[in-house]
Design a protein around this ligand. Sequence first.
Ligand code: GTP
Length: 176
Amino acid sequence: TISNQQFKIVLLGEGCVGKTSLVLRYVENKFSETNQSTLQASFLTKNIFVQNMPITLNIWDTAGQERFHAVGPLYYRDSNGALLVYDVTDPDSLAKVKVWIKELRKVLGNDVCIAIIGNKIDLLSGLERDQMNNVLIAEAQSYATTAGATHYCTSAKTNYGIDDVFLNLTKQMISF
Ligand code: GTP
């Protein structure tokens, strides 16, 4: 038997944007309304098939609180992919994504596939969910283009868009 191809993915972003929720929804199909701040980081794996190939995703969910910023490099080092998460109702959280991307590009260069994730899309009204009608999302999309990243909107609460994020990132990492 051949062993699975392995990829390392790191989640980064401000506290409370929903990083842990995205990973738990993706890996265990669970969601909790109560906020449990991650301390430092936690690790989960998920096995998937992409283009008939068995793949193991090694997912590092990092702590968003500012006091943990300095430990970021321990977790993004050697990453094949990075998910930079913001909350679509919180402009400050997009500013933090930009800080992380600058750091990632400086340290890892172009060796990492980056996706920007606008989470909590369920909190927007129907009209605003139309991405070009929301100023923050439109800004994130155009920033993603300049940063060589992709952009997605998700909801960990309703399980919107999350499989697509991991599937497309994985395809990108495979072809990298
Ligand atoms: P840190 O561990 O502090 O970095 O936070 P985090 O980014 O991991 O956020 P977490 O997943 O703990 O979620 C924070 C809060 O947001 C929790 O109360 C979640 O229930 C809520 N939340 C997460 N995702 C969503 C979402 O898609 N929609 C809504 N409405 N709430 C969400």
